[in-house]
Design a protein around this ligand. Structure first.
Ligand SMILES: [Fe+2]
Ligand SMILES: [Fe+2]
Length: 367
């Protein structure tokens, strides 16, 4: 045994089976959230380990290391682009202190529903990538999307078999912290209505194979959702772990913390695979090629522009639709509304998304 072997670890393995990427390994103890058996579990030292990561986590590190060795950048979405949560932690605290729980229960329920929508990821069609990408893709995250990465993501979000996923974990955190609150009956309907009202835009890259374009657009969209969810989860953690507001600050806070830990592989596989596309060349349907960078940056730019400009006002409009009615349970609703509004902070999205093509920064056409 020479010391140099230990000092220079072999490059990580780059090819994995579907079973490996879905394998959670053995846990010392399972995770039970609010009486519901959930995914993931605890090591002998008490540390939480996310589900399906014993191979997925080292695989992601190996694919990222390979990207770096090839001199290619890993996509970074600047945190400054993240619109703040509405209502803020301060505004939400004020509401809960006055017994106004409906807006908070709604938001927490929307989070759990959106997590459950993650099941749709397993239905995303993956085209024959080796035919559509000019350069080889063996041993990349991209080559493993259909081979376990999408399925692992779907299971993490919506649960699998008898194990709850993030959907059930958020429900448990909400019910523990707010003592099984009454859930407004129209949360799902309103969420669906809002999404149905979204304008459909034209295909940004009609020269691409349509299945490929859809898959990349979905991945870019989910990446942005996953990254921006960090702000929402931070909001949830601060409220549900606050002993002044929560009936189970430790248990509910721990659940949200585990969810946050589980989100990391989602962000990482999506940005790794998109970065791999960005470093390659794509074939178009008319027999030509287009730089992957143009496609990935173009998709991210469009999604970030839309999200940074609209998400905060969408969220604000949605909350305010019921706010005055919800405040009627307070002793002095008018005074409470005034105090609530006084806590509002302005937010202006940054001018640049960081993914503009040259000469596009801050142009009028972007609005
Ligand atoms: Fe999640
Ligand atoms: Fe996620």
């Amino acid at each position: 045994m020479s010391a140099s072997i230990a000092a220079e670890p072999a490059p990580g393995r780059l090819v994995y089976t579907r079973d490996e990427l879905l394998d959670s390994g053995r846990y010392e103890a399972p995770l039970v959230a609010g009486g519901v058996r959930c995914h993931g579990g605890f090591e002998a030292d008490g540390r939480y380990r996310s589900p399906r990561t014993i191979h997925r986590a080292p695989a992601l590190r190996a694919w990222q290391a390979q990207l770096a060795r090839e001199g290619n950048a890993l996509i970074e979405v600047p945190r400054a682009l993240m619109p703040p949560q509405y209502p803020s932690v301060e505004q939400s605290t004020l509401l809960l202190e006055h017994g106004v729980r409906d807006p908070i229960v709604r938001t927490l329920t929307i989070i759990s529903i959106v997590e459950g929508f993650g099941a749709l990821i397993r239905d995303v069609k993956v085209p024959d990538l080796s035919a559509l990408v000019v350069e080889p893709i063996g041993g990349t995250a991209l080559a493993h999307l259909a081979g376990g990465l999408f399925e692992a993501h779907a299971r993490d979000e919506s649960g699998f078999k008898d194990e709850g996923g993030h959907k059930q974990m958020w429900e448990a955190a909400r019910d523990l912290a707010l003592d099984k609150p009454k859930i407004p009956g129209d949360v799902l309907m309103r969420l669906m209505g809002r999404n149905a009202g979204r304008r459909r835009t034209e295909r940004p890259f009609p020269q691409l194979d349509e299945t490929l374009e859809r898959m990349l657009a979905m991945m870019a969209q989910v990446l942005v959702v996953e990254i921006f969810a960090a702000g929402t989860f931070d909001w949830g953690y601060r409220l549900l772990s606050n002993p002044q507001l929560s009936a189970a600050p430790e248990a509910a806070g721990a659940i949200v913390d585990h969810i946050r830990t589980d989100e990391s592989p989602h962000v990482e596989y999506l940005r790794t695979a998109l970065s791999e596309v960005r470093a390659r060349t794509l074939r178009t349907v008319d027999g030509r090629t287009i730089a992957g960078r143009r496609v990935v940056d173009g998709l991210l730019h469009g999604i970030l522009l839309d999200t940074t400009r609209n998400r905060r006002s969408d969220q604000r409009d949605d909350v305010r639709e019921n706010l005055a009615a919800a405040m009627q349970v307070a002793a002095n609703p008018a005074a409470l509304l005034q105090e609530f509004d006084a806590l509002e902070t302005a937010w202006t999205p940054p001018r640049s998304t960081g993914f503009e093509s040259e000469g596009e920064v801050g142009t009028a056409s972007a609005s």
